[in-house]
Write a protein that binds this ligand. Structure first.
Ligand SMILES: [Zn+2]
Length: 188
């Protein structure tokens, strides 16, 4: 297979825009996803998240940087997808924030979103239900910083994109000029 991923959502093996992006273009202009969510990386991401293996942040970040020689332009700021504070308390860390900081450096990472609503786990939900589940779950903070900025929204996994679309929508509504997405892995 030599077909490239969809430039908007990184769905693998597309000729150009995938059918979903053609039908309903996401609010972000592109998705950087150097890996497919499959073994052994999916195991590493689960170990990091659910088994507290924080040392994997360094390993996974190294893989990301090696796979994707990507230079952050000086006018691009990185915003990790936030956890709700209840989940943050339970887990003790936000894996997306740790990974973004390791990859891009703390000075480029800005926490511009707050997760206000504790949402149900998305795993068992359909795409439509996921969209509904996250609708209104995020709020922009530091709006004066966001205005006119280019933002790279960062998460560990891109599954259906429902969360990333909602976050991008909120950032654009708060005045961001443009939103891109970067993740470690894209689920097929
Ligand atoms: Zn797409």
């Amino acid at each position: 297979m030599n077909q490239a991923p969809c430039p908007r959502c990184a769905l693998p093996f597309q000729e150009d825009l995938c059918p979903a992006c053609r039908l309903d273009p996401p609010p972000f202009v592109e998705t950087l996803a150097p890996f497919i969510y499959s073994p052994p990386l999916n195991k590493a991401l689960q170990d990091l998240k659910y088994r507290n293996k924080i040392h994997l942040v360094r390993e996974i970040s190294k893989l990301w940087k090696r796979a994707l020689p990507f230079q952050l332009s000086p006018d691009l700021w990185v915003c990790p997808v936030p956890l709700h504070r209840r989940r943050l308390l339970k887990r003790g860390f936000n894996q997306s924030q740790l990974l973004a900081t390791q990859i891009f450096g703390a000075q480029k990472v800005k926490e511009l979103l707050i997760r206000e609503r504790h949402t149900k786990p998305q795993v068992t939900l359909t795409y439509r239900e996921r969209l509904k589940n996250v609708r209104g779950a995020f709020r922009a903070q530091n709006a004066s910083f966001i205005r006119g900025k280019k933002i790279l929204l960062f998460d560990d996994i891109f599954t259906t994109g429902a969360t990333l679309k909602e976050c991008a929508r909120v950032l654009l509504k708060a005045g961001a000029e443009e939103v891109r997405v970067a993740v470690i892995a894209r689920a097929e």
